[in-house]
Design a protein around this ligand. Structure first.
Ligand SMILES: N[C@@H](CCC(=O)N[C@@H](CS)C(=O)NCC(=O)O)C(=O)O
Length: 236
């Protein structure tokens, strides 16, 4: 790394920060810091956190600079690409040069999963669990469930029918994003095909995966009853 000191991940169990935590465990084992941001309490909307991440979400990755300052990286997809490239000895990404289709395919997998596919899953999550009952919209749920089933799921399945992992026979950093999306989709009754069951079984065998999701029991799909008001206000 450029600076001295450890990387620090701002995290909430089972959310998009888990994909970065997973990759950090793959690369650094436990040699990084984690701070939990209690999303259901609305802490992400406080001034202190907004200065780090104006999008009021996790993950945020704090990177120490040589002069002892902290710089903040936002966007899970950017973090995954950055970290995998920074540790080439871990062989978690095809190299950026020379130009290769393998690299292009790897970037496509990460960017598709962390943008379009995430957006569909997030709409489902918002309208099925996070918004207040008056703000939820059944048509939005239907639209994004259909879109995910017709467009995203076949693309993920195509990759995983063709080979063991998202981008080939080897595990890569792309699996931290595609794998997280597949788990997220399965929690919503999507990606139920045997192909996904086989893939998830492979991911579960990884010690870094086990560490990244060890806090899963701290997560609930439903907003806890006493926190509903906070979350309804902040997402609206
Ligand atoms: N594009 C961002 C999205 C991050 C995101 O929306 N995270 C959600 C959890 S999965 C969050 O922290 N939401 C809290 C909020 O919006 O209040 C990324 O991939 O890093």
């Amino acid at each position: 790394m450029t600076g001295t000191g450890k990387l620090k991940l701002y995290h909430y169990p089972a959310t998009r920060s888990a994909r970065v935590k997973w990759l950090l465990h793959e690369i650094l084992d436990d040699d990084f810091d984690v701070e939990v941001v209690p999303l259901y309490d609305g802490v992400q909307y406080g001034d202190e956190y907004l200065q780090k991440n104006p999008n009021h979400c996790v993950p945020t990755l704090a990177m120490p600079t040589p002069d002892g300052e902290q710089r903040y990286v936002i966007e899970s997809g950017a973090m995954v690409v950055l970290l995998a490239d920074a540790y080439p000895d871990k062989q978690l990404a095809p190299p950026p040069a020379p130009l290769s289709y393998e690299r292009a395919d790897y970037l496509q997998a990460i960017h598709f999963a962390s943008t379009l596919a995430d957006m569909m899953l997030w709409q489902i999550r918002l309208h099925e669990h996070l918004l207040s009952s008056t703000e939820r919209d059944e048509r939005t749920i239907k639209r994004y469930r259909n879109k995910f089933m017709r467009e995203a799921e076949p693309q993920f399945k195509g990759r995983l029918d063709a080979h063991s992992f998202a981008c080939g026979e080897r595990f890569s950093a792309a699996d931290c994003v595609v794998g997280h999306d597949v788990l997220w989709a399965r929690a919503y009754g999507l990606c139920q095909d045997d192909t996904f069951t086989r893939y998830v079984g492979e991911l579960f065998k990884r010690p870094a995966f086990e560490k990244a999701f060890a806090d899963l029991s701290d997560f609930s799909l439903e907003v806890p009853g006493d926190k509903k008001q906070v979350h309804s206000l902040v997402t609206g």
